[in-house]
Ligand binder design. Structure first.
Ligand code: HEM
Ligand code: HEM
Length: 186
């Protein structure tokens, strides 16, 4: 095999890396906007419209990312990772994908309550229609949205702790697979 036909197996592709970090940044901003909109950010008119626009962007990027993920194999994990560590990593990753879909969807549901409809526009650029659902389904979305957001926060804490454990304690190449600047193998 020539040098140019070699497939890199030590890190994710640039597309996957770009999607990972943009979705991560948008989710963190939206968690903060959602959690603080009733206290610190109360009364700031653009907070909820921006929150909705960011959330819908996460939904679209996640669909792209799932398309990539289902058609590509991620780079192999370090050989010394045990069976349970691999199983936990896999479970957390797939739980992330599920939450990255249902969190924006329940947000869209709660914003589609026929009794309290407000026009929605993606970053004030183009209109987003409400979902054709009943008030009861919208209320269900409302209740689930907060719970799922806290589940997402818990998963992020677990995921970041695992990434830091790999980088600082185990000193292996796992973080470098997603952040090539930190790759210890150069
Ligand atoms: C990455 C995606 C999202 C995250 C992380 C997120 C997170 C949150 C959080 C943490 C809250 C506060 C919940 C609570 O205090 O119980 C919230 C509230 C809210 N979210 Fe989202 N959300 C996302 C997507 C969306 C989307 C796509 C929409 C609508 C299209 C939306 C609409 C809302 C609305 C209207 C509220 C306020 C509800 C209220 O005050 O009762 N969210 N969100
Ligand atoms: C809201 C924030 C985040 C979300 C939703 C998220 C989501 C994900 C998902 C779904 C994967 C699996 C990729 C695959 O399908 O193979 C992944 C991998 C990874 N993430 Fe995150 N991530 C977030 C933040 C972070 C942060 C802050 C770090 C670093 C401190 C990080 C480090 C990594 C690493 C190193 C991998 C590769 C691990 C492996 O393949 O086993 N992530 N992330």
């Amino acid at each position: 095999m020539t040098r140019t036909t070699l497939i890199r197996t030590d890190r994710y592709s640039w597309g996957a890396i770009w999607l990972h970090w943009s979705i991560a940044a948008l989710v963190l901003v939206n968690l903060a906007l959602g959690l603080f909109h009733e206290s610190l950010l109360d009364g700031i008119k653009w907070v909820i419209p921006i929150h909705k626009s960011i959330g819908l962007t996460v939904l679209v990027l996640t669909l792209l990312r799932l398309g990539w993920r289902l058609t590509h194999r991620p780079p192999p994990l370090p050989v010394d990772m045990t069976g349970w560590e691999r199983a936990v990593a896999k479970a957390v990753h797939w739980a992330f994908y599920a939450l990255l879909l249902v969190l924006p969807l329940t947000g869209w549901m709660l914003s589609s309550n026929p009794a309290r409809l407000r026009p929605m526009a993606w970053f004030w650029l183009f209109p987003v229609p409400p979902l054709p659902i009943s008030g009861a389904t919208a209320t269900l979305g409302h209740n689930l949205h907060g719970i799922i957001a806290y589940a997402m926060l818990a998963l992020v804490v677990l995921h970041v702790a695992a990434a830091l454990r790999h980088y600082l304690l185990l000193r292996d190449a796992v973080l470098g697979r997603m952040a090539p600047g930190l790759n210890r193998n150069g």
